[in-house]
Design a protein around this ligand. Structure first.
Ligand SMILES: C[S@@+](CC[C@H](N)C(=O)[O-])C[C@H]1O[C@@H](n2cnc3c(N)ncnc32)[C@H](O)[C@@H]1O
Length: 221
């Protein structure tokens, strides 16, 4: 059955009490894991395809890429990179024609984000849509804001938008960004009107779940 996705079930009802400690530790001890060659190659190819002229919009963890397609049509004056580590998801059929300002890239964002920072590339817009919530209390370090790469995200700048079916996730993300760069975003319930932006958004909406989003302008972070 399709529209039977269950709401996130967690003993955590608010931001994790170890969030600040973890985020600040990652800020103070930069993540130095070497880049995997396939990510460096994907990054170089992406930078060539972009060419540096148009403002850059990154759709991180784009999955099957519906959001990247819609965003490329919505922002024709931006260059959109939809990045996901799953070749299988990226390869799945896409509705309509492929816009010229869109590129799909298979890469691990743990390397891709750091490579962007190292190359001093900044974003105009950054979407992190329905990331895996990792709702168990012991899973904090698997959520993006609990990952050692996270300090790269505010450095990338731009208007960051994260959507989730778990309010705690976007609240934690907002707190982590506030700690790292002092930017206060807006956390709100997100009511989908019209076409859902992603496959997960459609599934959650059709299952009657509440959705949440954080929007924060990191421009000067
Ligand atoms: C829950 S899905 C959401 C997909 C899409 N944004 C949507 O809303 O339909 C999370 C996506 O993040 C991708 N992902 C997870 N970790 C990643 C990483 N380190 N680098 C790139 N993609 C990653 C997964 O492959 C998956 O497609």
């Amino acid at each position: 059955m399709y529209a039977n996705s269950r709401e996130v079930n967690s003993v955590q009802s608010g931001p994790h009490d170890k969030l600040a400690e973890l985020v600040l530790r990652h800020r103070d001890h930069p993540f130095r894991k070497p880049y995997a060659p396939w990510n460096s190659e994907a990054f170089e190819a992406a930078m060539q395809a972009w060419g540096g002229k148009l403002p850059l919009l990154l759709d991180s963890g784009c999955g099957v890429g519906w959001s990247s397609l819609q965003l490329a049509r919505q922002y024709p004056d931006h260059f959109v990179i939809g990045v996901d580590q799953s070749e299988d998801r990226l390869q799945r059929g896409k509705p309509g024609e492929m816009p010229e300002n869109l590129l799909f890239v298979r890469a691990d964002v743990v390397d891709f984000w750091r490579l962007l920072v190292e190359a001093k590339v900044t974003l105009a817009r950054h979407y992190i849509l329905y990331p895996n919530p990792w709702p168990k209390i012991g899973h904090l370090a698997r959520r993006w804001h609990g990952h050692p790469v996270f300090p790269a995200v505010p450095t990338l700048g731009g208007v960051l938008e994260c959507r989730s079916n778990w309010r705690v996730y976007v609240e934690e993300l907002a707190q982590a960004l506030q700690l790292l760069c002092g930017k206060t975003g807006t956390v709100e319930e997100w009511v989908v009107s019209g076409e859902p932006l992603t496959a997960f958004e459609r599934k959650y909406r059709d299952s009657g779940q509440s959705l949440y989003r954080l929007v924060v302008d990191l421009e000067a972070a």
